[in-house]
Design a protein around this ligand. Sequence first.
Ligand code: FE
Length: 349
Amino acid sequence: MISSLKALFAVCLIAMAGAAAAEEQVVNLYSARHYASDEILYNGFTKATGIKINRVDADDAGIMARLKAEGSASPADVILLVDAARFYRGEKDGLFLPVRSKVLEEAIPANLRAKPDANGGIEWFGLSTRARVIVYAKDKVAREDVDTYEKLADPKNKGKVCIRSGSHPYNLSLFGAITEHMGEPQAETWLKGVVANMARAPKGGDTDQIKAVAAGECEIAVSNSYYLARLMRSDKPADRAVAEKVAVVFPNQNSWGTHVNIAGGAVARHAKHVDNAIRFLEYLASPEAQNYFANGNNEWPAARGVKFDNPALNTMTGGQPFKSETIHISAVGANMVKVQQMLDRAGFR
Ligand code: FE
């Protein structure tokens, strides 16, 4: 009897140790970061912590649909998304777990992470930023005619503007920010002005807009900063030739600042490896990983005080820090429904 109890006890101990070991060594990641070079980041985490990453790749919408469908059975521990409005939506839909992390709270500015709940828990954290900039044909357009978002709607730029679909998240977030800055009536007038200035109906992605400027199809384009940086740093001469033909302006330096969107992370509501998930997010906020965001995908670190060196970003900004907007980034999500209605009324497809 005693020996069989002893044996049972031993089995239990082994089982518990096994469970603890499994808990220590895995984090299940759902990632919408479609950047192959992120692999280096994940390997760095596993090397530093011994925690293995199981990764599922999908886009933002796919990940959110999957989390909803899986509910409490979801294996997801940590989620990486690439648009602020998606984080806002995910928070409203209860997809994230509020967490406390001194490391993350100190590293990430308050306007780039979720507002804390009553217990101080935070549901998502921006980890890198991308600026929505104006690119223009440097031989045809004067910089002072495109140095604000407002000027995209100025009649003097009629027939010159190329921009991707209004319903793409990057534009929805830009328009949500503009609504926050201008107020709704002015934002709607502005959207109508942008539609009136289009060189062609929206099509393609941000890189296609930059290429259209280089090809003479339009003179002014709106793009996320990293697409231009990518062309500048490309090993294809044709890409670098495109970048050579255009100049870039960080809009609204004398007013509210350039709109920046975030890519970031959250712990999943039903995470089974919460501690590992927090460690992973803390790792992504470390100077090493933040530097990687700056160099690998040409984004800006979201964490405070991280030094980075990216030749394309330095060229774009003239080596100077640019002024980015300081509104709480969740405003772009809060304004989304309004923006979609305004886009309909403005005929912005
Ligand atoms: Fe992108």
